[in-house]
Design a protein around this ligand. Structure first.
Ligand code: CA
Length: 227
């Protein structure tokens, strides 16, 4: 089920959103501050963000603009106050996917949430069969790869790492995430193993593997794929 981040400073509204979305089966994290929201978006992967406009720390518009500038493609539904007609338009200009005007009915909100999740741009990413990361072209279905027209041999784990990073591109992925999703819960595998795989992958992907531009290290957090 989808992971939703709620950024809303009014406690009652925040609690209402969280309770109802959780009741529908979504996993919800709620924060009440724009800056905290930005940190949370950088740290974790979400399928959807519900974003209030008037927030302490950083406005919903600035926050939305900022995450788009950083290349984070997570869909955003702006929660606007009544009468913020101009804000509605701005919300979309700033890269929001939809907006809903307060006060809204629960049914209306859930319909919007479902609609946005259905047409999530990540669908295109997750169903891609042939992908290009830096110098490397990968056929994800047939487990083949080539670089400058020459075929490259890669292990299935290498393919799986790249596929996982690709599906979560532009997001920080921790070594633990990779361990969990690529190796499962095998305790004999350490995070050092992940690093070794990344070093190897960079040799095929990066023009200059010592200065990676596509699988970048985010210190203290993990890796980020920029195709
Ligand atoms: Ca507010």
């Amino acid at each position: 089920m989808a992971h939703i981040l709620v950024i809303e400073d009014e406690p009652e509204m925040q609690r209402g959103l969280r309770d109802n979305l959780e009741f529908e089966g979504y996993t919800v994290i709620a924060v009440g501050d724009g800056k905290k929201g930005l940190e949370t978006i950088r740290e974790k992967k979400f399928d959807l963000i519900l974003l209030d406009v008037m927030l302490p720390g950083m406005s919903g518009f600035d926050l939305c603009k900022k995450i788009r500038e950083e290349g984070i493609p997570t869909p955003v539904i702006m929660l606007t106050a009544k009468g913020e007609e101009v804000d509605k338009i701005l919300g979309l200009e700033f890269g929001a996917d939809d907006y809903i005007t307060k006060p809204f009915s629960l049914r209306e909100l859930l319909a919007r949430v479902k609609a946005v999740l259905r047409r999530t741009p990540n669908e295109k990413i997750s169903t891609a069969k042939k992908i290009t990361i830096g110098l490397l072209q990968i056929d994800v279905e047939n487990y083949t790869a080539s670089k400058k027209g020459k075929s490259i041999s890669m292990t299935s784990k290498e393919f799986e790492i790249l596929r996982y990073l690709w599906q979560h591109q532009q997001q920080v992925i921790s070594r633990d995430d990779l361990l969990k999703h690529v190796w499962g819960y095998d305790e004999s595998i350490s995070s050092r193993t992940v690093d070794n795989f990344v070093v190897k992958l960079r040799k095929n992907i990066e023009k200059d593997p010592s200065h990676p531009k596509h699988i970048v290290t985010i210190h203290g957090a993990g890796y980020k794929l920029i195709p």
